[in-house]
Design a binder for this molecule. Sequence first.
Ligand SMILES: *[C@@H]1O[C@H](CO)[C@@H](O)[C@H](O)[C@H]1NC(C)=O
Ligand SMILES: *[C@@H]1O[C@H](CO)[C@@H](O)[C@H](O)[C@H]1NC(C)=O
Ligand SMILES: *[C@@H]1O[C@H](CO)[C@@H](O)[C@H](O)[C@H]1NC(C)=O
Length: 547
Amino acid sequence: MSTTVKFTLLFLALGFCRGLQDEYIDEEEPELVAQDSKYGSLWPLPQKVQISQIPYKLSGSSFRIVDAQMSSAGPSCILLQSAYRRFYEYIFAGAKKQQKNKRTGSSDLRELHVWITSTDSECDGYPKVTSDESYELSVDQPVAILKAPTVWGALHGLETFTQLVYEDEYGAKCINATSISDFPRFAHRGILLDSSRHFLPIKVLLANLETMAMNKFNVFHWHIVDDQSFPYLSRTFPQLSQQGSYQPYTHVYTPSDVKMVIEFARLRGIRVVPEFDTPGHTQSWGKGQKGLLTPCYSGSTPTGTFGPVNPILNTTYEFMTQFFKEISSVFPDAYIHLGGDEVDFTCWKSNPDIQAFMKQQGFGNDYRKLESYYIQRLLNIVAATNKGYLIWQEVFDNGVKLKPDTLIHVWKGNQEQYQNEMANVTASGYQALLSTPWYLNRISYGQDWRGAYKVDPQDFKGTEAQKKLVIGGEACLWGEFVDATNLTPRLWPRASAVAERLWSAKEVTDVNDAYSRLSAHRCRMVARGIPAEPLFSSFCPREYGGF
Ligand SMILES: *[C@@H]1O[C@H](CO)[C@@H](O)[C@H](O)[C@H]1NC(C)=O
Ligand SMILES: *[C@@H]1O[C@H](CO)[C@@H](O)[C@H](O)[C@H]1NC(C)=O
Ligand SMILES: *[C@@H]1O[C@H](CO)[C@@H](O)[C@H](O)[C@H]1NC(C)=O
């Protein structure tokens, strides 16, 4: 059978299986054609790039990444020094052994000078939503120069530099004379991982952070606990994970694990924003903290089951005060995600004490008012720790009074609905973060990265001022069907599509050019040991597993 016939049969078969397809398959998509991009394998595409046809050679034995003399970050900046080693390894790992006596030629690039231009390099700090991540890269003889106001821009520039390196036909490392000026379109570019539905080993979290850095993501939204398990080991309330984790010794994040994740992320310019979602999604909290959850009733007798956090008890707020005091000191980021989504009112409605409280407060039968009462008190508790907060959109939808700097995380609905929501959130003057079209736990046959790629978070009806309130977005990988076995290939390179949308200019929308660069970028992730899945039939110069 010829290939054409086989493919025809395949497509006929697919046509008959229409019932299995979901709305995410777009059959009208034309075939993508992989042709070399004039931007090589850069991903995400920088704001301004000019790559010449003039190649220089890089020799593993002589090439060095060093501080520029004028740099405000010296040899004591561990963050940069370790980055130089890491990126050197990325460039030369797997390179053919340098021939002895190979003299460095006149066409060699000898050094990359990294020049931090602000007086405060931020070397010892944490990245912030307001951090300057811009950089300028000039690759030319005799040395390449990377200029950035802060170390965060320098890290991005180093990644870009390594992406410019390619192998010529003899396997020698080359880089073309290039000039780049770059900065992110959005300040908040996140990945949500869920370590409650399945426990995610530290190794997996670190590999993901490494891959995030390759894609210029800068926020790890750690959905650390949920109904199913409570793996966060709290110093103040150790019984939470003792009773609420899947396994209290092997399936928990100890204080030193958490520290390690935060530092590993910092060294890569990534913020760690933890989410402790309440009052719903808290079944696992109830195991170690008696009296925290609402007892459900059948008529006048308790059923022995529990609902959301009990919002009518003083002890609830005393617990939350102590708990979030700890969280605010363990996690250095200025923001905590407080959840607030999907609160089921059934149990609250069944409980006579809650019914009495509703009456006393004059809430009538509107349980959203009770939810708002709880969230309001929680927000005050967290605000008192000097943290800002993110919350899922329901909290906004229910009209809870919020601090003006609250970030509203949009996750619900179809395209029309989430665009309305973005419009409403920003019309109310709040900053918005988009995730609805980027629920990457939803998988489908074919190249679904394209759907994620085509989204524009500022595409809704609103003024320029409203568009400016869009702070960015997050790709979410919820964990019901994800653990260490499949997390990385399921997330990458699909999340890379989101990375480019959040970093590159609005006008960067050519899917064919993206396909070419993304295929190469995916192979680069594979070469660096990341099992990123293929986009379509193809091969990589270095396949996974090192052959
Ligand atoms: C780099 O230079 C080589 C040699 O001139 C050329 O073939 C190649 O297309 C250039 N790469 C890019 C991305 O322009
Ligand atoms: C809860 O606290 C409020 C104010 O702090 C107090 O007036 C009330 O009596 C307390 N309720 C209980 C049941 O202790
Ligand atoms: C947005 O606001 C409009 C007008 O106030 C309202 O009709 C609509 O229901 C709101 N949409 C959402 C998703 O809340």
